[in-house]
Write a protein that binds this ligand. Structure first.
Ligand code: NAP
Ligand code: MG
Length: 406
């Protein structure tokens, strides 16, 4: 206990909900505080505190991450109608992740954690595939409209009005002309600045991790919208990255999204796949599941303004939490939460010039994986693992087994 590693800049700590909140406290107690003189700026994003502060705590936390540079976030409840009743909420608060991404902008990088004994469903995947998801705009900031009975037969147009009064109009659909006079319409947008920031963070990340970068859209069909993404990526690459990529012996590769999906399945892995917001949402769950488990994935939001937010990609594991409340022992996988902490501590060490802190973060990751490789694991991995000798531990037992290796 005597030689705990000291920190200089506090880590912005965003606590959360349910089973992951329990895992959060145990991670600090068992795996970090015995080794690090932990210094954090604490924000409680648990649902009760969001209710008490009318969600202002989330905005304050986002501002703190922007100020301090590194945050670590626990999984949180995104309120829906059931949660409003369950917690007596006075409002349907937005998803904390959406609030944080809106503040910090940027790109979410998600990378599966490979472990001995758990084989990906795709046998050729021997190296991880990192999904880089654009975190701004498209359908996540869209407006949509029901053309119902009252609007049946409507003429729908896209209208842009410039401050000068100049106007551009495009017909979307004349419902009156079709056999079916009702339906749905959608209007969405993105901005050049956000797309460019997305391109730059992907290219920086490719250089940092020395992996090829793939990008795909449907620009054969979406000749202006998706084409804009393709063009901006190409401009950024040609002007600022081609030479650096060549020097690092890595490639930038553009293809159509359907071609990309086919190539990803046939690949060996070991690259970054940049995805537009919706593609990234869907594909990261596909990739994580195909590699084994949602709980075996790292996730970091890289903001173009130089801030990093590390989190677990899964939710609050509600079903396990209710068991925990009944006094039962759960077997919930804490790896993604532990790796959020190790990622954040590693980055803090790097930025503040504290190599011992970064080295500790690596040791924590290695100890976690070695514990699983030795056959001690939680239920989700127990069901998948092909190790001959394996033991299904409770959440706490598994975390104690990791601590014993540190
Ligand atoms: P979830 O928490 O991801 O859990 C869904 C199921 O996946 C669990 O019931 C469990 O399956 C399995 N699972 C997920 N993480 C696991 C882990 N670490 N170890 C073992 N099994 C794990 O999703 P949810 O139950 O749909 O959502 C619960 C709450 O989380 C919701 O309020 C949602 O809003 C929130 N959420 C938050 C985030 C975030 O903060 N980033 C993301 C997604 C969802 P079994 O039950 O079969 O064991
Ligand atoms: Mg999703």
């Amino acid at each position: 206990m005597t030689d705990r590693i000291a920190m200089t800049t506090p880590l912005v700590e965003l606590d959360g909900d349910e089973m992951t909140r329990v895992i959060w406290a145990w991670t600090k107690e068992l795996l970090i505080e015995p080794f690090v003189e932990l210094k954090t700026e604490y924000y409680d994003l648990g649902i009760e505190e969001r209710e008490r502060t009318r969600d202002s705590v989330t905005g304050a936390a986002a501002a703190a991450i922007a100020r301090q540079g590194v945050g670590v976030k626990c999984a949180t409840i995104t309120p829906n109608a059931e949660r409003v009743t369950e917690y007596g909420l006075s409002e349907l608060y937005p998803s904390p992740n959406a609030t944080l991404r809106a503040h910090l902008d940027g790109t979410v990088f998600r990378c599966p954690i490979l472990v001995e004994g758990v084989l990906p469903y795709i046998p050729t995947w021997t190296r991880p595939i990192t999904i880089a998801r654009h975190a701004y705009g498209d359908i996540y900031k869209a407006v949509d409209l029901l053309i119902d009975k009252t609007m049946a037969g409507a003429t729908v147009e896209l209208v842009a009005t410039a401050p000068s009064g100049a106007e551009k109009r495009l017909p979307i659909h004349d419902f009156v002309l079709s056999d079916d006079p009702s339906g749905v319409v959608l209007g969405m947008h993105n901005t050049d600045i956000s797309i460019e920031a997305f391109a730059r963070s992907c290219m920086e990340y490719a250089l940092e991790t020395r992996q090829d970068l793939w990008f795909a859209t449907k620009d054969t069909i979406s000749k202006i919208y998706d084409r804009r993404f393709r063009d901006i990526f190409e401009q950024v690459f040609e002007s600022d990255y081609r030479q650096r990529f060549e020097a690092a012996a890595i490639e930038y590769f553009y293809t159509l999204i359907d071609d990309a999906v086919a190539r990803v399945i046939r690949s060996e892995g070991g690259f970054i796949w940049a995805c537009k917001n919706y593609d990234g949402d869907v594909m990261s769950d596909m990739v994580a599941t195909a590699f084994g488990s949602l709980a075996m994935m790292t996730s970091v939001l890289v903001s173009p303004h130089g801030a990093f937010e590390y989190e677990a990609a899964h939710g609050t594991v509600q079903r396990h939490y209710y068991q925990h409340l009944q006094g039962e022992q759960t077997s919930t996988n804490p790896i993604a939460t532990i790796f959020a902490w190790s990622g954040a501590l590693h980055k803090r060490g790097e930025l503040d010039g504290i190599p011992a802190l970064s080295a500790f973060a690596q040791r924590l990751e290695a100890a976690s994986l070695a514990t699983i490789a030795a056959g001690d694991m939680t239920g989700d991995l127990y069901a998948l693992s092909r190790l001959k000798e394996k033991r299904r531990l409770s959440t706490r037992e598994f975390m104690e087994a990791i601590a014993a290796r540190l």
